[in-house]
Design a protein around this ligand. Structure first.
Ligand code: NAD
Length: 296
């Protein structure tokens, strides 16, 4: 039986809303805050107590959870959440730069708190079904305390290392995913021009060395994988704009570490252009449509 915690939850949006609801379901006392009224109302309907400000939401909390859009939002929030009790455990689940995660953790520690970065994989469906994977950067003691809280919202909680290591694992994983989706898409486009049917290429590659999740879980052409977004006009799924964001973080981290990551950087450019072209809301596998145009 997990101990009941008093949790302040900042950012009740697409991901944070259902995550906070799962914490309520697990028996925790959750007080939330979001700048947007609809997000507050939806969370309230799920049993989240709504505060009038972020500071009020964390006033009684021994755990402070943030699920915000960018590193800037997280750093600004951490600077303002001085009301939290001394020693509170700050857990940031947003996807932000490794460097920002380390600065945020330092801000929390200087204010007398403890800090954990715990970005997620699994998207909205995972947030709703409490089946997310959490990639955690923390010391051993803070990880042990964060783990049962995170387990109420997910299926896997992986300790990746010290502060920032969760964000590092997240962007490395998504760099694999972005590059592999482009590789799979290019192979289908080439196959089309060589007269291969989608199904034949799928049947070969999915049981041969080309096998990967971009092919078998999220196939960018309709037909071979009935559940993939390609079968519903690329309705996301994992939005191209979020893939562009994550690849941008990976490309920045590579540049800062003097790692060439040539394919990762190219994937970042392609997804950024695709998202800026108005396709950011589509599933990221829709990138195949631009690759096809470019070869026409
Ligand atoms: P979202 O925009 O739906 O939600 C963010 C919420 O934060 C919004 O409701 C916004 O009003 C609120 N907010 C912003 N500034 C605030 C502040 N100062 N105080 C209180 N509330 C504030 O975004 P999302 O899709 O929930 O994503 C959140 C994070 O999770 C992002 O970092 C994203 O990259 C990451 N992520 C998203 C997905 C996904 O599929 N949506 C998957 C994995 C990771």
């Amino acid at each position: 039986m997990t101990a009941t915690r008093s949790i302040g939850f900042i950012g009740l949006g697409t991901m944070g809303g259902p995550m906070a609801a799962n914490l309520v379901r697990a028996g925790h006392r959750v007080t939330g805050y979001d700048l947007a009224a609809p997000a507050r109302e939806q969370a309230a309907a799920q049993g989240v107590m709504i505060a009038v400000s972020a500071a009020e939401a964390v006033g009684d909390a021994d755990v402070v959870l943030t699920m915000l859009p960018t590193g800037r939002h997280v750093l600004d929030s951490y600077g303002e959440l001085t009301e939290a009790a001394s020693g509170a455990l700050f857990i940031d689940c947003s996807t932000i730069a490794v460097g920002d995660a380390r600065v945020a953790a330092d801000l929390a520690r200087v204010a007398g708190h403890r800090a954990v970065d715990a970005p997620v994989s699994g998207g909205v469906a995972g947030a709703e079904a409490a089946s997310l994977t959490f990639m955690v950067g923390a010391d051993d003691t803070d990880f042990a305390e964060a783990e049962p809280v995170l387990a109420a919202m997910g299926r896997r909680v992986v300790h990746c290392g010290a502060s920032g290591a969760g964000q590092a694992a997240k962007i490395c994983n998504n760099m694999i995913l972005g590059v592999s989706m482009i590789a799979v898409s290019e192979a289908f486009v080439l196959g089309e021009s060589l007269g291969l049917s989608h199904q034949v290429l799928y049947d070969v590659a999915s049981t041969a060395s080309g096998q990967c999740w971009a092919l078998t879980g999220n196939c960018p052409v309709p037909g071979p994988v009935p559940t993939s977004p390609a079968n519903r006009d690329y309705a996301a799924g994992f939005a191209a704009a979020l893939m562009a964001k994550d690849l941008g973080l990976a490309a920045d981290a590579a540049a800062a570490s003097a790692v060439p990551a040539e394919l990762g950087r190219r994937a970042s450019e392609l997804f950024a252009a695709f998202a800026q072209d108005g396709a950011g809301g589509l599933d990221f596998s829709a990138i195949i449509t631009t690759l096809r145009k470019d070869t026409a």
